[in-house]
Write a protein that binds this ligand. Structure first.
Ligand code: TXA
Ligand code: MG
Length: 317
């Protein structure tokens, strides 16, 4: 384990003052690092899109430090939201609900709903508390690049474009939050993530999933199929059958590679452990300049749903 980091109180206060002044602060959450701005300041939110080169069709999640703050952001707070917040907040679950007018359509990419989540990382909570503001924050990476799970990843991708990076050590969940729409009575998972569909169903009953096919029929803002990608060609493989040409790295779950590869990374065999390491491993392999990265696909089991989703999106088609 790397040594846990913890910014000082003074540094948190400084970062909060930057947010209040309309500037950009990257901060750790339990899922991935976020690139934060005052969610109530349109100009500040525009800076996020610029720094990430993000198309303005992609809505941004608003981060809060309490249910009360969430209720200032949304125009409805159904019983289902209350039950899920009680069970999973703070944590990796984003709830999509009708938005309040105070949340600009810049944040929501023109939608009349907003994604809201209370992260569990103590540095994220301390920052939002200190700023006394809802904080709009996408993952702190360039659009379409791998999400950052360390402060160093953020620095490499966006270092010269943002005002401050709070270092809270490596993210423990490692992949992005589950995005669940509850807007107008819906119960639809828009993006699988840290909280599983069955965990949600235990609290509010059956939930639908937006399938890839539905994605194409209704290209909803932000759901770009190729996302979370390394620069190196990424291939999903079975039975250790890595390419014969070129040099590369192999991300192994159970099966060793059939023939020689330059580098093998053995992953934890449980889905949560795997997720926690995934982006860091891909960042590391991406830095080597290989011809390819081959990743052994995990089994089609429910607990691997979020990891499989990210691998599918990262893979070259
Ligand atoms: O774990 C996370 O969610 C991280 C950390 C920083 O909180 N954030 C994150 O943000 O992954 P981003 O911008 O990379 O992804 C946000 C996702 C996108 O898939 C977007 O389409 C969806 O949330 N989303 C946000 N607001 C939405 C809305 N109003 N309706 C539908 N989807 C929404
Ligand atoms: Mg992202």
């Amino acid at each position: 384990m790397e040594k846990p980091h913890s910014p000082s109180r003074a540094e948190i206060e400084y970062a909060a003052s930057l947010l209040r002044a309309g500037r950009l602060v990257a901060f750790p959450t339990e899922t991935v690092y976020g690139l934060g701005a005052n969610a109530l300041d349109e100009l500040a939110v525009r800076r996020i899109f610029e720094a990430k080169s993000r198309p303005n069709t992609s809505p941004i999640i608003v981060h809060v430090s309490s249910v009360e703050m969430a209720q200032t952001v949304v125009a409805e707070w159904p019983e289902t939201a209350q039950l899920l917040a009680q069970k999973f907040w703070p944590g990796p679950l984003t709830l999509v609900l009708k938005k309040q007018p105070a949340i600009s359509s810049i944040v929501t990419a023109g939608l009349d709903t907003v994604g809201v989540r209370m992260p569990s990382h103590p540095v994220a909570l301390a920052l939002i508390e200190a700023a006394q503001l809802p904080v709009a924050a996408p993952s702190a990476n360039r659009f379409t690049q791998l999400s950052p799970t360390t402060a160093a990843h953020v620095g490499e991708g966006l270092g010269n474009l943002i005002d401050h990076i709070l270092d809270g050590g490596p993210c423990t969940v490692g992949i992005e939050s589950t995005v669940l729409s509850l807007a107008e009575g819906a119960q639809i998972v828009l993006r699988p993530g840290g909280v599983s569909r069955s965990q949600i169903a235990e609290v509010i009953g059956p939930v639908q999933v937006r399938t890839e096919a539905a994605d194409e029929a209704h290209p909803a803002p932000g759901m770009h199929p190729r996302h979370y990608s390394p620069r190196t060609k990424l291939l999903l493989v079975r039975d250790g059958n890595v390419p014969r040409e070129g040099i590369g790295g192999y991300v192994q779950l159970r099966t060793p590679p059939e023939q020689g590869v330059r580098e093998v990374v053995e992953m934890p065999r449980d889905a949560a452990g795997y997720a926690a390491d995934l982006y860091r491993v891909l960042h590391d392999l991406d830095a080597r300049g290989y011809d390819w990265i081959a990743v052994e696909v995990p089994e089609e089991l429910a607990e691997w749903e979020a990891v499989r989703d990210r691998l599918r999106r990262a893979a070259d088609k």
